[in-house]
Each structure stands twice: as structure tokens, then as C-alpha cells.
Design a protein around this ligand. Sequence first.
Ligand code: TRP
Length: 339
Amino acid sequence: MTRVFSGIKPTGHLTLGNYLGAMRRWAADDQYRSDALFCVVDLHALTVDHDPARVRRLSRQSASLLLLLAAGLDPEQCTVFVQSHVDEHARLSYVLECVATDGEMRRMIQYKEKAAREQRRGGSVRLSLLTYPVLMAADILAYGTDEVPVGDDQTQHVELARDLAVRFNQRYGHTFTVPRATGPAVAARVMNLQDPVSKMGKSDDAGPGIVYLLDEPDVVRKKVMRAVTDSGQDVVYDREERPGLANLLEILAACAGGDPAELAGAYDSYGALKKDTAEAVVEVLRPVQERHRALSADPEYVDGVLREGAERARGMARPTVDAAYRAIGLLAPVDASDR
Ligand code: TRP
């Protein structure tokens, strides 16, 4: 069975973009057709300035969101866990650092961008920001992953994981499955409502252009009604020339079904389109929010899922990571149960 692995960083509140772009498909499709793992990658949240209490809170919140509620991930169907609960990630990451090169790391686009931003702000760049893609490769390779569903901004990192797997296998004997990135089937690329040429990311933090999964219906309506639209009167679907309008049409299509270009023909005013889009978003979020409320009231259940998820993940990762340790030349502990 195909092994799927994806991770979500607890660096901000999850948004409509995370849901339509990724989580919804994990829940509706990936968890049933494959042997899937979904990981709250909290170690990755420590690579830039962070607030420990906030990371802890968001890990739990995004874990419970990932669980059942937000997307409907079912712990009977897939493995949901927190990265730092499974030592194998950090254990494998070090070994992969001995396979990756310094030059390779410095060529990573995301590193260059984030490091430059940090330097402009007069801050220092954490070494873990540079090695981040190696840890991500460890996340993926530890589980014998075949497919990694990620957005465009992560494909370079998945390529690196492929390169490291191939290189390791060539040098030290076949140990890792070579993974590949899989983008979303229908590009539900949700853009910021106030800045429709940038992604509705979760790390941009507060913003009237971002719809959070836990926004109250009235807040959702307000944000959608205030979305930036393009000059012009007619409703047409044109990503290049009318990005604001295109974003609304795509959100409506993703939430209520249909095709953005066809939907455009059904409207003759921006106001009516916004109104329908707002209601469609409210309806998509409603069950997610209801499940979130129920789960928030049941911390023991969530604890159980996290405990079991970590155990299952550990059991899957350990044989591969042990094999990598042996292959690269590390002596096996005398009594394996000592470790
Ligand atoms: N780097 C990814 C992001 O920023 C998160 C991530 C970490 C991840 N490890 C992963 C995604 C492994 C897929 C597989 O979104």
C-alpha cells in the first residue's frame, strides 16, 4: 500500500488555505487510499524566533484540528502524531546531515529567503534554519514514504529528500524508499483576500485577508465582503488580470462545487458573488468548527489519539532508522533493548 506522509508546522492558526489546499484532501482521500501519516512538525517551528508557550499551544490545537475535526482525519484510518514525540526524526536527521552537503543546503530557496529576511531585521539566523530540509528529509525517509502531498513551496525540499535517499542507498546499500512530491489534484490555491497575489498562509499572522478555520461565521462574512476586488464591473474569471475576483471564484468553486469560469457567468455583480462565497465558506467551516468544539471538551480522547499515534509512528520508523545506523557504520548496541 502506498505510504503517504505530510507535515504541518505549528507556527500559526490554520486557515481556509490550509484546509482547502491540503487538509480536506488528506481527510477525504489520502487516509483511505493509502497508509498515511500526518505529523505536527513542532521541531520545525523552532528554526526562527519562537515563543515556547505558543508553539506548545499551537501544536495541541493544530493536532486536535488535524484530528477528526478540521479535516475529519480518522485515527482508525491514519496515524496522527507530534514529531517531537518520536525520537527517530532527530536521530535520522543527524545521519542525513552526514550525507547532505553544505552547498546543497545553502542553495535552498526558502532558506535564502528566510535568512535574508531575518538579517534585514537585524536578527541572527539559527543553524537549524539551514539544516531544516535535512530534518524534513528525515521525517519523510524514516517512514519509507512513497508520496509527500505538499504545496509548490516545498517541492525543492522533497527533491532534496529524494537526492539524499538515492545517495545514501548508493553509498551504503539500499535503505530508503525514494519519495516523490504530489501536488493537490485540483489546485485549490487560496490567496489572501486583501492581497490576492500572495498565498493565504498561516504564518503571515493576523490579517483581515486571512480566514481562520475557527473564525466565527460573522467574522468570515466580514472578511469575505471586504475582500479586495479588481476595478471593473463585470464578473469574469481571469487570474492574471483580475486576481481578486479569480480568488473569490476559486474559493466559491472549492467550497460549493463547480468551475470558476462557469460560476463567473452566473453573476453580474461583485456583491452577489461575495455574498454567496461568504455563505459557502461558512457552510464548509461549520462541521469543522462543531467537531472542534466537541474535541476541545474531550482532552482525554485527544491525549489517547496522540499517545497511540506516537507509538504507532515509532514502531514504523525505528526499523528503518536502525537500518540506516547500521548501514552507515555505527556499531549496534550490545543489547538492543538498552537503547
Ligand atoms: N516544511 C513543511 C512546510 O513548511 C512542513 C514539513 C516538515 C513537512 N516536514 C515535512 C511537509 C515532511 C511534508 C513532509 O510546510
